[in-house]
Design a protein around this ligand. Structure first.
Ligand code: GAP
Length: 553
């Protein structure tokens, strides 16, 4: 069973992240703003690397996914259609004694209780107290909509009210037809988008984990309804058929297989960016946890130091979203599927009737209307349907946090004065034993490390060393993110790069001037090798550009 690493406290991690320029509290000189964080020089580079890899794996390395970059503020009718205007709310309670505000479900959970549900409302179970002051005097839970409001134009009234998007996904649905008409894709295909989302979280917490402004990386992968697959291919491949999910997607796959395929793809992706399999959990939501329109939803979770928590949700959302937008906008969201029309044309009237009767019976058994099934089948016979969708929806900030937690290592390394001492695991916050010193390392995979190489002249007051080191630095920075450091003892410089997670350090010393060789130091093993300057680029290429991602295969 995966267990969170309790030894690493978020305070320790946050302190390193601030010290090294990964993450700062937003607006800090004015006291900060709860739930908002800024990424510093190293953090922004780390996040960009992860987003670039996500974007490449989704769009560049696939023939069946295209990209979108839509606005943050969109027509408010979108949020009515999506359900966010009426339903995107968390239950909130206030403590009448100390005036603190809580998310009711989290408060209950912390106290080993479950928030009651009554119709569309909530009720607090007995015995729940304020976690700040202990008072039992709490308000009844009430729904609090999480969307940030603003106004377009100079007049602040209901007609000019807009919302900052709480997810990037809806723009993909509302641009679905434009994309279909312009990008030469046909179902099954996907649209990827990454960008800012905003949620006025009642209780932002766990560092960047639950923020009020954050980034999402979302894919909407549109598929045929199973009934269309059945008409075209004569059968629907389900999970019971044991399909090969690692291979190429198959035309006869039903929604269940597509969903599982994306779960497998995304888990492999997390491993490829450096999260060990043992730290990841594939959590299948129970029937009672599913949104009413969802057929299945899997949370990919990571064992954070504060608990096992969601990194990404992968939902099979049926045709809910496009249908909602069709109803609310009055614009058809149906696609025309030529192979479906051709397959249907081969059926005679009795075969069509039999097909329709089977579909109607299935729908009825699932609590849906038989009449709706008949209308749906008539459309299918014309080659028309509203696509269904599988949605892998990830958060970039949660991923950065997981990557930082995973990379953080404290070691006790020999101080060089004690014979026979060997490096051993340290304990965050604890002093090392005599003869050892503590070293903090961020063991990022080289592909995502913010800095790839640091270049040091041994001494800053020797112009020939500095000039040689500069020329090496200038060559390497054309290819990789490099860092120049000429101040302090070499040992101190190495430690600084260990904390930044830089995989390699190059030192230019006096031997460089005579033999044209440098030392190349490995962050993890701390071993140094001497290599000719002429082989440096090739050597680094091998170490930094390894195809560590399955998407490179
Ligand atoms: N379109 C589906 C959707 O937005 P979600 O589960 O609400 O689904 C998807 O969000 C992902 O976005 C989450 O798994 C998480 O990684 C990220 N996310 C959601 N709320 C967040 C918050 N307040 N702070 C940071 N990341 C968040």
């Amino acid at each position: 069973m995966t267990t969170p690493d309790k030894k690493l406290s978020l305070e320790t991690l946050a302190s390193l992240c601030k010290r090294r320029g990964f993450i700062y509290p937003s607006s800090e000189i004015y006291g900060g703003l709860n739930g908002f964080w800024d990424y510093g020089p190293l953090g922004s580079e780390l996040k960009r690397n992860l987003k670039d890899i996500w974007w490449a794996s989704m769009t560049r390395f696939r023939d069946d996914v295209v990209g979108l970059d839509a606005t943050i503020i969109m027509h408010p009718a979108i949020w009515k259609a999506s359900g966010h205007a009426d339903g995107f709310a968390d239950p909130m309670v206030d403590c009448k004694a100390c005036k603190k505000r809580f998310r009711a479900d989290q408060l209950c959970e912390e106290q080993g209780k479950v928030l009651g549900k009554e119709g569309s409302g909530f009720s607090l179970p007995a015995g729940v107290t304020c976690s700040a002051c202990g008072s039992k005097d709490l308000t009844e839970p009430r729904a609090f909509n999480l969307m940030f409001k603003s106004f377009v134009g100079p007049v602040e009234d209901a007609s000019s009210t807009v919302f900052l998007r709480p997810e990037t996904a809806q723009a993909i649905f509302t641009q679905f037809k434009n994309i279909l008409d312009t990008c030469r894709q046909s179902v099954p295909f996907g649209v990827a988008q990454m960008g800012k989302s905003f949620r006025n979280e009642i209780n932002p917490r766990n560092y960047t984990f639950r923020s009020r402004e954050f980034e999402q990386m979302e894919l909407e992968f549109f598929i045929r309804p199973d009934e269309a697959v059945e008409l075209i291919h004569g059968r629907v491949i389900t999970l019971a058929d044991n399909p090969d999910l690692a291979g190429e997607p198959q035309p006869a796959w039903g929604w269940e297989v597509w969903h599982k395929y994306w779960v497998a793809q995304r888990i492999a992706w997390y491993q490829a960016v450096g999260l060990p399999a043992a730290s990841l959990v594939e959590y299948w939501q129970g029937h009672e946890e599913l949104a009413h329109y969802a057929r299945a939803c899997v949370d990919i979770q990571y064992a954070f130091p504060f608990g096992i928590q969601e990194l990404e949700g992968i939902a099979a959302r049926s045709d809910f979203d496009l249908s909602q937008h069709q109803t609310h906008s009055g614009k058809s969201q149906e696609v025309f599927d030529e192979p479906l029309k051709l397959a249907a044309a081969k059926l005679d009237a009795p075969a069509r009737d039999a097909f329709t009767a089977t579909v109607a019976a299935r729908w009825e058994a699932a609590g849906k209307s038989a009449e709706a099934a008949r209308v749906f089948c008539l459309k299918l016979f014309e080659g028309r349907y509203i696509p269904h969708v599988i949605e892998p929806s990830a958060g970039s900030d949660r991923l950065v946090l997981a990557i930082l937690c995973n990379a953080y290592v404290e070691e006790w390394v020999p101080d060089g004065k004690t014979e026979g001492a060997v490096t051993m695991p340290g304990e965050p916050g604890k002093q090392p034993p005599k003869g050892y010193e503590a070293r903090t390392v961020l063991r990022f995979s080289p592909r995502i490390a913010p800095l790839k190489i640091a270049v040091f002249p041994l001494l800053k007051n020797k112009p020939e060393l500095v000039a040689k080191a500069r020329s090496i630095y200038n060559t390497l920075r054309k290819r990789w993110m490099c860092f120049w450091d000429e101040t302090g003892a070499i040992g101190r410089r190495y430690r600084r790069q260990d904390e930044a997670g830089t995989p390699f350090c190059i030192t230019v010393d006096f031997d460089t001037l005579t033999a044209d060789t440098v030392t190349l130091r490995n962050r993890d093993s701390m071993k140094q090798v001497r290599i000719p300057v002429s082989q440096l680029v090739q050597e680094l290429e091998q170490r930094l550009d390894q195809p560590t991602l399955p998407l490179d295969a």
